[in-house]
Design a protein around this ligand. Structure first.
Ligand SMILES: Cc1cc2nc3c(=O)[nH]c(=O)nc-3n(C[C@H](O)[C@H](O)[C@H](O)COP(=O)(O)OP(=O)(O)OC[C@H]3O[C@@H](n4cnc5c(N)ncnc54)[C@H](O)[C@@H]3O)c2cc1C
Length: 365
């Protein structure tokens, strides 16, 4: 029997990966994307994302370990940079890092404790004052190049891409699905919703918050100096946890941002405005902790997060509708893996991971 035809709603990272994997497996695929094939209005644009194994939950460490070889594989088959192994550090008070080490122990992931002196000698651009947990397999993925490659490969396998096609509604029947976009109706055997923060409107999911965050790029003082990916887990003078700072080398300099914070926005009506207070906080952080960067060179940008980092992803199928959403600020490292998980659900060859089901989210939200 021929593989079922599939409409993919949303051509960001997850939709491009799902479309690519489905098309490779022989499904007729149609992708409907409300904006351009690549655009800066969702969560998947830019030149850098951290690919790390360090999570405080062994489940996500294992998931990241499963996803990690895909990046080497994708890089091996392409000339442009999609992934660069840099190694990664988490640093800060030892008690904040212990849960990450314990989870990596439980999952069998490689890591090493370094002293602040050892870490400073390896990466002179960062200042270390407490414990340092080093993961050699971490690195940096390049979103713009990754999406371009996935979309190119999907189209080479026959996927049809319809940019500037905003889906208004999805109807399922015993015969198939019909997807309405303005005055057009597309039909197929199944539909996949990978619409990022917009997914809940289309797939009947619990409402998701859209949060505009504002990382910035800085120019390194020494262009030859090595940079790992880093997450700085911090406390204030009273021992209360502060928002983590993160950073990573990218073709545009070194990107630095804070986890948490940001402002709630309507994803269809964003102002993309830079918040001066956050700019000042980033500059102050760089001045204090990153001697290898010039704080005066700050170049801010905005991006959209969906959901909370604490929530699990949603990758589930109900009848003819498969959804992959809720990836928040840490989904990119799983992009190739999510494409395979979606394709397995569409084919009916795998059961959804229980933590990623819609019903699991309904009981926790
Ligand atoms: C600043 C920032 C830093 C990040 N850093 C990291 C990191 O270091 N490591 C990491 O692993 N992850 C990171 N992430 C998270 C990661 O980038 C996201 O989880 C991932 O890109 C989400 O992809 P997506 O396809 O689900 O969503 P999106 O990229 O938003 O794609 C959804 C697509 O659906 C389209 N769409 C929506 N509604 C409709 C409709 N009705 N009709 C048609 N199309 C529609 C949208 O236009 C969009 O193109 C970061 C995210 C941000 C914003």
């Amino acid at each position: 029997m021929a593989p079922p035809s599939v409409i993919v709603v949303g051509g960001g990272a997850m939709g491009s990966s799902a479309a690519c994997e489905l098309a490779r497996r022989g499904h007729p695929v149609t992708v409907l994307e409300q904006h351009d094939m690549q655009h800066a209005r969702g969560s998947s644009h830019g030149s850098s994302r951290i690919v790390r194994l360090a999570y405080a939950d062994p489940f996500y460490v294992r998931l990241a370990m499963t996803a990690r070889p895909d990046w080497d594989e994708l890089q091996r088959h392409n000339d442009v940079e999609v992934f660069r192994r840099t190694g990664g550090v988490d640093h800060g008070p030892r008690e904040l890092l212990e849960p990450f080490a314990a989870a990596m122990d439980a999952a069998g992931a490689a890591y090493e404790w370094l002293t602040p002196g050892e870490a400073s000698r390896r990466w002179p651009g960062l200042r270390f004052d407490e414990a340092v947990l080093f993961q050699p397999d971490a690195g940096v993925a390049h979103p713009d190049n990754t999406l371009a490659i996935l979309q190119r490969d999907a189209r080479a396998h026959g996927a049809q891409w319809h940019p500037h096609t905003r889906v208004d509604g999805i109807n399922q029947s015993t015969d198939g699905v019909s997807v309405v976009a303005g005055d057009r109706t597309f039909t197929a055997d199944q539909v996949v919703v990978t619409a990022g923060v917009w997914s809940h409107r289309l797939a009947g999911l619990p409402a998701d918050d859209a949060i505009q965050v504002q990382p910035a790029h800085f120019v390194p003082v020494d262009s030859e100096s090595p940079w790992p990916t880093f997450i700085h887990r911090r406390t204030d003078e009273r021992g209360r946890e502060l928002p983590e700072a993160y950073g990573l080398p990218s073709p545009d300099g070194v990107k630095v941002g804070f986890h948490g914070g940001g402002k709630l926005v309507d994803p269809d009506d964003r102002d993309f405005a830079v918040v001066d207070e956050e700019v000042a906080d980033l500059r102050a952080y760089v001045g204090q902790w990153l001697p290898g960067l010039d704080p005066a060179t700050l170049e801010p940008g905005t991006c959209l997060y969906g959901g909370l980092a604490e929530d699990d992803f949603i990758i589930d199928r109900t009848d003819r509708l498969t959804v992959a959403a809720g990836f928040s600020g840490h989904g990119f490292k799983f992009v190739p893996l999510v494409g395979r998980m979606v394709a397995d659900l569409v084919a009916g060859t795998a059961q959804p991971e229980p933590r990623f089901t819609i019903s699991a989210h309904r009981t926790t939200t």
